[in-house]
Design a protein around this ligand. Structure first.
Ligand code: BJ8
Length: 428
């Protein structure tokens, strides 16, 4: 990760704690080297994503700072229910703020119970220790009332950021739930208009929908290519691409993914892959994995299996389904946004049978031999659903390994043993 001294004044102007930030970037750089650059047979197209990651707190932050200087607004969020199309239609820049590192947890635990999931503790820790330039660059932060942990944490978090918008969320896939989501999208649109000083216009909203649809279509193409055996790209690299989607300029990102998919198509045609043909194929399902949460995928692939899909918000749950861009008015187009976003099958919904159905479809389409269900400790929604997912799939003779972990390295040895045993089961 670039610690280029040119960026120090930019980071200082954003109010970062330079010593702590340098320590974070140093650790990240080392982890990236060991996890990603040590892999074999990576597609050449990953060079773009390596570059983006090397500049994730550098060049990309400079772009945000420059955008703000040109009058654009930066909007941060933590969840794939926040419709990026509204932000782009108002010439804003959308950035994901979830964090995947165990950093600042002691500080976070001054505000949060110890029994809070690592994802929440991490974004709190990053804010309290002043090491997140994305958060520092935000003109508005949107927090959604999804799980109990997030919605209660945001009550305090709102006081740590400049401007905060709380978005209510339905808990049921019912007509009332849909109406609530639409009302919240309209409210968010009003807030964004106020922050940006612009008015939503149908043509600009249609263009924003097209931009985000193109990115989702590129990610869907990447996802489909992973059905090949041998897999043309590692699960780690595909996860990284999905992670970068939350930070990068969407048009540039789409082009990079499209170019890499062209390369992967050639790989598939020539039978080239990242693991031997017949290597055990794993579908990951569960909580989102934010940068640099690479622990479980690294253990799985180091053990000789290949991850062929992520049923996760940093993966297919977040990227699938396009928005129908037909509509003459802003309200009609917001209805089309609701149509798409209301299909997201996050575990905060109850009941949520769509998610298990989707796991089954992904397993079939991607020809996965087994499922690893991944839940963060203290994440009640996904831990609860994990039990049903395991029972039902095992009853259908689909092997499932249920993992609960956090962002620390302490359980890596124990996890490795369990993952290796699971992979042996798949080979058997
Ligand atoms: S749509 S998965 S991004 S809420 S891991 S904070 S659920 S206790 S992240 Fe999520 Fe939106 Fe749903 Fe997706 Fe809570 Fe669980 Fe922590 Fe979580």
């Amino acid at each position: 990760m670039s610690t280029n001294s040119d960026y120090h004044s930019m980071w200082a102007n954003l109010g970062l704690d330079l010593a702590k930030h340098d320590a974070l970037l140093g650790a990240l750089g080392q982890l990236y080297q060991q996890t990603f650059l040590a892999q074999r047979d990576r597609p050449a197209g990953m060079a773009y994503f390596d570059f983006v990651m090397s500049e994730v707190h550098g060049l990309r932050i400079k772009e945000l700072v420059d955008a703000r200087a040109a009058g654009r607004k930066v909007v941060g969020s933590f969840c794939v229910y926040v419709p990026e199309e509204l932000i782009l239609a108002l010439d804003g820049v959308s950035v994901g703020l979830c964090a995947g590192a165990e950093f600042g947890f002691d500080a976070a635990e001054q505000y949060l119970p110890r029994t809070t999931c690592a994802l929440i503790k991490s974004f709190f820790g990053f804010a309290l220790e002043k090491v997140c330039p994305y958060l520092a660059a935000c003109d508005l932060v949107v927090g959604e009332a999804t799980c109990d942990g997030k919605k209660k944490a945001y009550e305090t978090f709102a006081g740590l950021v400049g401007r905060f918008h709380a978005m209510d969320m339905p808990q049921h896939h019912s007509p009332e739930g849909r109406a609530l989501l639409k009302a919240e999208f309209l409210k968010l649109a009003g807030e964004l208009e106020e922050v940006t000083g612009r008015r939503l216009e149908p043509a600009r909203l249609r263009a924003a929908i097209a931009t985000v649809n193109a990115r989702r279509a590129a990610l869907a193409r990447l996802a489909r290519l992973r059905a090949a055996d041998p897999a043309p790209i590692s699960g780690l690299d595909a996860l990284l691409v999905n992670q970068v989607a939350f930070y990068d300029d969407p048009v540039r990102f789409t082009k990079a993914v499209t170019d890499m998919c062209d390369e992967l198509e050639r790989r598939v045609a020539s039978g080239e892959g990242v693991a031997p043909k017949g290597a055990p194929r794993i579908l990951l399902s569960g909580c989102p994995m934010a940068v640099p949460n690479w622990k479980v995928p690294a253990l799985v692939e180091q053990a000789g299996a290949v991850i062929v899909g992520e049923e996760s918000c940093v993966g297919e749950r977040g990227a699938r389904n396009l928005v129908d861009a037909t509509g003459e008015t802003v309200e009609e187009l917001i209805d089309r946004l609701v149509d798409r976003y209301f299909q997201i099958d996050c575990a905060i919904y109850t009941p949520n049978p769509e998610r298990l159905d989707h796991v089954r479809v992904m397993r079939h389409d991607l020809r996965a031999d087994g499922i690893i269900h991944y839940a963060l400790q203290f994440c009640t929604p996904y831990q609860m659903e994990a039990i049903g997912v395991e029972r039902q799939l095992e009853a259908e003779a689909v092997p499932v390994l249920r993992i609960e972990t956090d962002y620390g390295a302490e359980d890596a040895g124990q996890l490795r043993t369990r993952i290796e045993a699971f992979i042996e089961r798949l080979r058997g």
